[in-house]
Design a protein around this ligand. Structure first.
Ligand SMILES: NC(=O)c1ccc[n+]([C@@H]2O[C@H](COP(=O)([O-])OP(=O)(O)OC[C@H]3O[C@@H](n4cnc5c(N)ncnc54)[C@H](OP(=O)(O)O)[C@@H]3O)[C@@H](O)[C@H]2O)c1
Length: 322
């Protein structure tokens, strides 16, 4: 089968489209014929081996342990392991995995769900990791309730476009921070208010929010706290700066200071799980959430897709079609 592989860390030119063996499946696994693979900034970071600390956290110190990237998949079941009872060949599925930038990928049956009936493979592949992040940030870490005023910083990105829609579905009053060209798109996702970060600094405004979900990562804790109510909650989704820690310093600062102040500052790392995959499927089927696709690239153009993603101006999600 064709797959995009990387044998060393680095920029997009470490990627090669090559022929490799189709993956074998274990007893609890499903062989998925990949139709589309979502791509997100996490793939770009792992390709680069950034932040450096991830190399010591199991990704491989000198070179990547997993040579095929891609963690979000939608496709058709080709074969199933002997213990698999939730799926059969021919089913259309989506979920999270390792190695989606390939014609086939082996996936645990617990990491898959049948595809939402109302979307394309490309839209389904855009959902899993960005969707988990948005859902868990809004529902679990932000503890959003109907009527809460929530600010989504980075509302036009892969995570932000899901966060705006999920926050609306939870009944919040949503404000989205984006640049001029993305304001209409963010409004069309249901945001009640939009703030153009090229014209206005929300941290200098009088407006206070019950919850801020920060996916852009370029403002300090003290700036963000200024825009929170006295008992408001900050959820730190994204970080930026420094090749060693990439913003994790800010998360550590939040965890250390939070117990001593009225506001709640929560660092956050999303965790994929089947109940949340099913929750996302339901949100998509009810049309509360519609994945926003920016660009699609064929498998042999994954390096171009990575280059685009690395520029950090994606409008929604970028997807690889296979
Ligand atoms: N904690 C977790 O488990 C977890 C999981 C997934 C992702 N993340 C992190 O979350 C962050 C966002 O990921 P993503 O996939 O959504 O990234 P992305 O798709 O690359 O999003 C970038 C978006 O941010 C916008 N943006 C850039 N600067 C901004 C600013 N100053 N204010 C507001 N918006 C700004 C960009 O819009 P313009 O083009 O208009 O600038 C673009 O639409 C990343 O740091 C990623 O590492 C964390």
């Amino acid at each position: 089968m064709k797959a995009v592989v990387q044998y060393e860390y680095g920029s997009a030119d470490v990627l090669d489209l090559v022929e490799i063996a189709k993956p074998d499946i274990g007893d609890d696994e499903v062989l998925v014929s990949v139709r589309a693979a979502g791509i997100h900034i996490g793939d770009w970071l792992v390709m680069n081996g950034l932040p450096y600390m991830i190399r010591a956290m199991g990704y491989g110190l000198r070179k990547p342990k997993n040579t095929v990237l891609g963690t979000e998949v939608a496709g058709r079941v080709e074969a199933v392991g002997t213990n698999v009872d939730q799926f059969q060949p021919g089913d259309d599925v989506f979920g999270w995995c390792t190695g989606a930038f390939a014609e086939y990928v082996a996936v645990s049956e617990d990491a898959l769900a049948t595809m939402p009936t109302n979307v394309t493979f490309e839209q389904a592949a855009a959902v899993p990791i960005s969707g988990f992040t948005a859902l868990q940030a809004a529902r679990d870490k932000g503890e959003l309730q109907a009527g809460h005023k929530v600010l989504v910083v980075g509302a036009s990105g892969g995570v932000g476009t899901f966060t705006v829609q999920i926050a609306k579905s939870l009944g919040a009053e949503v404000s989205g921070v984006a640049s001029t060209r993305n304001l209409e798109m963010v409004r069309s996702l249901g945001a009640d208010h939009v703030i153009d970060y090229t014209q206005e600094d929300f941290t200098e405004s009088e407006q206070r929010y019950d919850v801020i979900i920060d996916t852009a990562g370029n403002r300090s804790l003290s700036q963000l706290r200024r825009a929170l109510t006295a008992e408001g909650t900050l959820v730190i989704v994204g970080g930026s700066g420094g090749r060693w820690l990439m913003g994790t310093g800010r998360s550590m600062g939040a965890a250390l200071s939070s117990p001593f102040i009225g506001q709640t500052l929560r660092p956050f790392i999303s965790s994929p799980n089947k109940p949340d995959l099913l929750a996302l499927k339901q949100l998509v089927e009810s049309s509360d959430v519609t994945p926003v696709i920016d660009r699609t690239y064929p498998l042999d153009k994954v390096p171009d897709a990575m280059g685009y993603l690395g520029d950090r101006h994606t409008q929604g999600k970028t997807v690889i079609t296979v």
